[in-house]
Design a protein around this ligand. Structure first.
Ligand code: SAM
Ligand code: SF4
Length: 326
């Protein structure tokens, strides 16, 4: 089977699909304070269009892992229908969500064929949660995490974006939360994809510091990360593990196997890409599967070596994280 290989020899097997640009939160590191103008529904790929792209990538290029994201994927109507279609492709199927609506749908998502889930949670303090997300929904997110565990969406992972002087005083509390619930907390270095453009290098808390601060209270040892971009560390007392995603201080671009499809059908070969390939134009222009495959191959072939955050040649993408999907 041909594979999606770029000029640096990286094989791409992981597809991230944003199913909507809409979100019920407005996290400061992701979306502008005043919110965004949502795309009209007609601009979003339909479930049939998403299924066609996914089936082509799986069947023709050996993509074996699909993650649904957003915006907030659970606000897209009839999401279990899409999950059912994608689960039928036989891939490792995962979802990233803010968790606020999960208590009401975790079982349906599982029943439709969802395998795994990541839930974003940056603080355990209600006032800080409201400040960060502009919603008073901490209790809902915690209930969503519990519902995901109860539904058997194993392993449940919690994504925490760590920002200096914002929530880095909660590293140990969040680690404890994960240990108590048997979920893996993955600490993510803050990336320059916030819509406000407020990212600064000294807001980034490096992997090394994150691990050291948790290790002081709950001793940790590194685990072989395999193909996982997250550094993995297990608690020496057997209390589970944490992950750290060092996108800024130790970029994993050299092993990156991801491509991303935006909700309006643009294919991106990197989180930080400044160019996109319009697959919707091919889909709606009557293009054949060969036309689609050629568009995908040339997008992947053009992938750069790495993102260059912090260097002079780094160009900040125009899209915010909420429009790319993470
Ligand atoms: N709404 C869903 C959610 O919040 O999980 C899915 C979309 S969200 C864009 C995907 C992930 O990106 C979340 O875990 C979020 O915390 C993360 N994220 C958003 N902006 C980020 C930034 N500037 N740096 C690092 N991670 C970010
Ligand atoms: Fe919405 Fe997720 Fe971005 Fe927060 S991180 S604004 S929940 S898309």
């Amino acid at each position: 089977m041909p594979a999606l290989v770029d000029t640096f020899g990286r094989v791409h097997r992981d597809l991230r699909i944003s199913v909507t640009d809409r979100c019920n939160f407005r996290c400061g590191y992701c979306m502008p304070e005043e919110g965004m103008d949502w795309l009209p529904r007609s601009e979003l790929l339909t479930f049939e269009e998403i299924e066609r792209v996914a089936a082509l990538l799986v069947g023709r290029f050996g993509v074996d892992s699909i993650r649904l994201t957003g915006g907030e994927p659970t606000v897209r109507a009839h999401l279990p229908v899409l999950i059912g279609k994608l689960a039928a492709l036989g891939v490792d199927l995962a979802l990233t969500t803010n968790g606020a609506g999960l208590a009401g749908c975790a079982h349906d998502l599982r029943a439709a064929g969802l395998g795994r889930i990541n839930i974003s949670l940056d603080t355990l303090r209600a006032d800080r949660f409201e400040e960060l997300t502009r919603r008073d929904d901490l209790h809902r997110v915690v209930a969503g995490i519990d519902a995901a565990v109860a539904a058997g969406l194993h392993p449940v992972k919690v994504n925490t974006v760590v920002m200096r002087d914002v929530n880095d005083d909660e590293l140990v509390d969040l680690a404890r939360f994960g240990r108590e619930r048997g979920v893996v907390v993955r600490f993510i270095e803050f990336m320059p994809l916030d819509a406000q453009g407020a990212w600064e290098r000294d807001r980034v808390v490096a992997q090394r510091e994150i691990v050291e601060r948790i290790h002081e209270v709950f001793p940790l040892a590194p685990v072989d990360r395999g193909h996982d971009p997250a550094g993995r560390f297990r608690y020496l007392d057997g209390g589970g593990e944490i992950g750290v995603i060092p996108s800024v201080t130790e970029p994993f671009c050299g092993a990156c196997d991801r491509i991303r499809l935006t909700s309006e059908g643009r294919l991106r070969n990197c989180l930080f890409a400044v160019e996109e390939t319009d697959l919707r134009a091919v889909l709606r222009g009557g293009g054949s599967d060969d036309d689609l495959a050629r568009a995908v191959e040339s997008c992947v072939a053009a992938k750069w070596e790495g993102h260059a955050i912090g260097r002079v040649r780094f160009v900040r993408p125009e899209r915010s994280m909420s429009q790319i999907g993470g």
